[in-house]
Unconditional design. Structure first.
Length: 159
């Protein structure tokens, strides 16, 4: 695989994740904690939980694409309550910076090599490329849920 192709993959993944982060920023900016932490129903999640989980998973999945192991506190994010929109914006910024640093180290070997992180609760073994695609897909899934949760909160007069 050429350096040019690796660079194109890196740029595409980073641009896509940055676009998703921009949507997250627009989503949470100026929302009060009452909306950020509102849970629309049983077995559902708040915007804060969805954003926290999404970003924690992004860190993990992008690291897995390079064979890096990062510790996760997955369950913590399902109990997370955001003190403010600013706290979520800071989390988005930190995750974006960490992701960019990792993607700068992306190689052709990492894209085609299979990695199975020792702390993966599902025991998955994917190529680096598939871990990156999964990060994008996972973000999009939870971003959509968070956007719908905001719509529901607005319709119900929350916040």
């Amino acid at each position: 695989m050429s350096d040019e192709l690796v660079g194109a993959v890196r740029a595409a993944v980073e641009a896509t994740l940055r676009e998703q982060h921009a949507v997250l920023r627009d989503l949470v900016r100026d929302l009060p904690p009452a909306v950020l932490n509102w849970v629309p129903g049983p077995d559902m999640n708040s915007i804060a939980v969805l954003v926290g989980h999404l970003l924690d998973a992004e860190r993990y999945l992008v690291a897995a694409a390079l064979g890096d192991v990062v510790e996760r506190e997955r369950e913590r994010w399902f109990r997370y309550e955001a003190p403010s929109a600013a706290a979520l914006l800071e989390l988005i910024d930190r995750t974006e910076a960490e992701t960019s640093e990792r993607l700068a180290r992306l190689t052709a070997e990492a894209l085609v090599r299979e990695f199975s992180p020792p702390n993966d609760r599902l025991g998955r073994c994917f190529t680096g490329m598939r871990w990156l695609l999964h990060a994008i897909q996972h973000n999009r899934e939870h971003l959509g849920q968070a956007l719908l949760t905001r719509q529901l909160a607005q319709q119900r007069g929350i916040g």
